[in-house]
Design a protein around this ligand. Structure first.
Ligand code: PLP
Length: 398
């Protein structure tokens, strides 16, 4: 089967492309011209596979949850990305990109981070490879996520506060782009999701596709089926979702369900549901769906989970939704907190609040008893303890 990919200019239908300042053209052109050749080279493949296995801890288990299966009258499996080194799927991408940087003879890495998860994964890969690492982070986020700032510093990264605008993720991204323009020669910019200009959405999707590669083999081994019947994943930028969907897109069988963060509710004005509430436009170098005002100003997103708190979505998801190849639904802050606490008490797994959005959708799924339902558990929830604590002190579960 042909792999899921954009055209050679990075378009998925009318979404994607590379809308960038002229100063970045040489860097982006080099990446566009070389990423597939590097990824397909024997030396890259060997090193990437080895690191995913021995350093990240792959393959991650596919866990049959007897408790969730009983509750929802179907067969529920959890893909345990929370068991990866550093606690989420993001490390699959940072390991891939640091090897790309090495092949391009870059010595410096820059990255942006919101909650700090991508910053930690990047600082980790840099420590391993002996690369200099600078992470841009909104000054407000640095206060909210002080623990991750300390982790990055311990790993040897320089954390630079972004002091402009709302001093959150989108401002950190602007700072990172400015830095890349300043030092294009020796620096590689590691983007943390399937967003940004071509080739990032495709490159990151390829690195995360290891998730569905493994799911396919594991479902075959455990259930004797060629494909799962349903795959559910949360979407911020969309990297864990595209990774979990990748090898099932267009197979004519598997229902692929992307769960957006509804925040306080779709109509509340405090939401991060980019497909439900957004319109077509350009954000961070690509044409996609984003939340914007009448006159095209990007609106501040809201989600209880920092990883879903992004006003756009990767162009591949915009295209897959537009063409009816995936379903897009949304889950509120409240429902996600409830589902996270339920999974904790039911299976002894504290999920990341992002992943809890995917778990929460089981409540609405109505799958058949024989269906094989895979929920991608994108990360662990230690980082979200304060939010969970606040929730279960005020409303204990039934
Ligand atoms: C960052 C993050 C997400 C959201 O990012 P995607 O690119 O949409 O996957 C989801 N879950 C966890 C645990 C994260 O850290």
């Amino acid at each position: 089967m042909k792999r899921f990919k954009p055209d050679n200019k990075g378009y998925y239908g009318t979404y994607g492309g590379a809308f960038i300042p002229e100063m970045l053209l040489p860097n982006i052109a080099t990446l566009q011209a070389s990423y597939l050749e590097i990824i397909n080279s024997e030396s890259f493949r060997k090193e990437f596979r080895q690191l995913l296995k021995d350093y990240v801890g792959r393959p991650t288990p596919l866990f049959y949850s007897a408790n969730l299966s009983k509750r929802y009258h179907t067969q529920v499996f959890l893909k345990r990305e929370d068991l990866n080194h550093t606690g989420a799927h993001k490390i699959n991408n940072t390991i891939g990109q640091i090897l790309i940087a090495k092949h391009l003879n870059k010595q410096r890495i820059i990255a942006e981070t919101g909650a700090g998860q991508h910053g930690v994964a990047t600082a980790t890969a840099c420590a391993l490879m002996g690369m200099e690492c600078t992470v841009f982070m909104g000054a407000v986020d640095m206060k909210r996520q002080a623990h991750n700032v300390e982790r990055m510093r311990m790993l040897g990264a320089r954390v630079v506060p972004a002091e402009s605008g709302s001093r959150t993720l989108k401002d950190a991204t602007n700072e990172a782009i400015r830095e890349w323009i300043r030092y294009p020669e020796d620096t590689h910019y590691i983007i943390g999701s399937v967003v940004g200009p071509h080739p990032y959405p495709d490159m990151v999707a390829i690195f995360q596709s290891v998730i569905s590669d493994e799911i396919k083999l594991q479902v075959k081994a455990k259930c004797g089926k060629e494909h799962p019947d349903i795959v559910i994943a949360c979407v911020g930028g969309g990297s864990n979702a595209i990774g979990a969907f990748y090898h099932f897109i267009d197979n004519g069988h598997t229902r692929l369900i992307a769960v957006e963060a509804a925040g306080m509710g779709l109509e509340s004005g405090k939401t991060a549901a980019s497909i439900a509430m957004g319109r077509k436009g350009v954000i961070h170098g690509n044409m996609t769906f984003l939340m914007q005002t009448e006159d095209g100003q990007i609106t501040e997103p809201h989600s209880v989970s920092a990883g879903l708190d992004y006003p756009g979505i990767g162009p591949a998801h915009a295209y897959l939704w537009d063409t009816g190849k995936i379903e897009v639904v949304s889950i509120t802050d409240e429902a996600a907190l409830k589902a996270g606490l339920m999974l904790t008490r039911m299976d002894g797994i504290i999920p990341a609040l992002e992943s809890a959005h995917a778990i929460a959708y089981l409540e609405y799924l109505n799958a058949a008893p024989e269906d094989v339902v895979v929920v991608n558990l994108s990360g662990r929830g230690d980082k979200d303890l304060p939010a969970y604590q606040k929730y279960f002190q005020s409303c204990p579960i039934d």
